[in-house]
Design a protein around this ligand. Structure first.
Ligand code: SAM
Ligand code: SF4
Length: 332
């Protein structure tokens, strides 16, 4: 069985695919309010995205996560999800999942389950409707909650992702832990990452999770556990709710040594590291030939350049993003 092994002997088994750079929200830490999106002509078609993903599966990728922008706003996205779901059914893929803002879940949840999706991540930074509107600019919390309810009743397991924002939602983590506990959902807190130009100042928003964790310990019993989802989160079990709580700390903790992932954009660009600019163009080899030989060579060549780690730093002197592309390009 072919494998993708990088220069540091890490096996690449996890591909995250940003299926669109567009979104129906404009979260303040993720996008500027007036974004210029890619012209449609530059996007890979869904058939091309499918072919690329299948090439990765043939090289040993076992887990696929669709993200964006908002994956569920791409037209006909269920075609791609159903097509990729067949690889879950035949055992060549362990998991097909997605990260979503939840706005379209009420409509798609049953179809997702039908396609073989078993769990999803939904991003919810606050349970206060006015704050939700302020953070997402365009989002409606009630609609997202209805989507989460639909996903639950369709049988999807749900993990909530919340970006920890200083002075914005830091007083809400207790409430979110209780809510997730009641609803049987895991929760992951994420530190803000300096990616892409946004309208505000990131150094104002940065809240180290080490501080959050210390505060949470005053109220909750957090037991370290060995739970791994193939991602960079470190998990604890909250004794009082029985739920899991994850921390993703790209700035305060280096999670690179066990990195097993690469990221593909909707134009066919492969980023070998979220925190580095080096990338490989897979669209040209994809379109160069109907057979996959050239494409597979290009994938192996790219993995051979995967860097050891990122150099994220929130630059207080220049207040410049460490990486110029927005998170919505590579999907987090
Ligand atoms: N639209 C979907 C969503 O919001 O879940 C998927 C794409 S979104 C880019 C993926 C995740 O990245 C979300 O949980 C979002 O909160 C997070 N994110 C976006 N920009 C970020 C940043 N600058 N730092 C940390 N997390 C960020
Ligand atoms: Fe859209 Fe997700 Fe970015 Fe928010 S975080 S603007 S929902 S892509």
């Amino acid at each position: 069985m072919p494998e993708l092994i990088d220069p540091f002997q890490r096996r690449i088994t996890y591909l995250r695919v940003s299926v669109t750079d567009r979104c129906d929200f404009r979260c303040v830490y993720c996008m500027a309010e007036h974004m210029t999106f890619l012209p449609k002509a530059e996007l890979l078609t869904l058939e091309e995205l499918d072919r690329l993903c299948v090439a990765f599966i043939a090289q040993g990728v076992r887990k696929l996560r669709l993200t964006g922008g908002e994956p569920l706003v791409r037209r006909n996205i269920m075609w791609l999800i159903e097509s990729l779901g067949r690889h879950v059914a035949d055992g060549s893929l362990d998991e097909l999942t997605l990260t979503t803002n939840g706005s379209q879940l009420a409509r798609y949840a049953p179809q997702l389950v039908g396609a073989g999706v078993r769990r999803i991540n939904v991003s919810v930074d606050t349970l206060d409707p006015d704050r939700f509107r302020a953070i997402t600019r365009w989002g409606d919390l009630d609609k997202v909650k209805a989507g989460i309810a639909a996903a639950k009743s369709a049988g999807l397991r749900i993990k909530i992702n919340a970006v920890a924002l200083k002075g914005v939602n830091e007083d809400e983590f207790d409430r979110m832990i209780s809510w997730c506990g009641d609803e049987g959902m895991d929760l992951t807190l994420i530190e803000t990452m300096p990616m892409g130009d946004i309208d505000g100042d990131r150094t104002d928003q940065y809240l180290p999770l080490s501080v959050v964790r210390a505060r949470l310990r005053e109220r909750w019993t957090l037991d370290d556990i060995d739970y791994q989802t193939g991602g960079p989160a470190r998990y604890v079990r909250i004794k009082e709710t029985g739920g899991r709580l994850g921390f993703i700390t790209p700035l305060t903790h280096n999670f690179c040594e066990s990195c097993n992932r690469v990221r593909l954009t909707c134009t066919g660009t492969l980023y070998m590291c979220l925190g580095q600019d080096d990338a490989a163009d897979l669209r040209t080899p994809l379109r160069a030939s109907e057979s996959d030989d050239i494409l597979i060579d290009a994938i192996h060549e790219a993995i051979g350049r995967k860097p050891k780690g990122h150099d994220f730093v929130i630059d207080r002197r220049h207040n410049r993003p460490a990486v110029t592309r927005h998170m919505s390009v590579t999907g987090g």
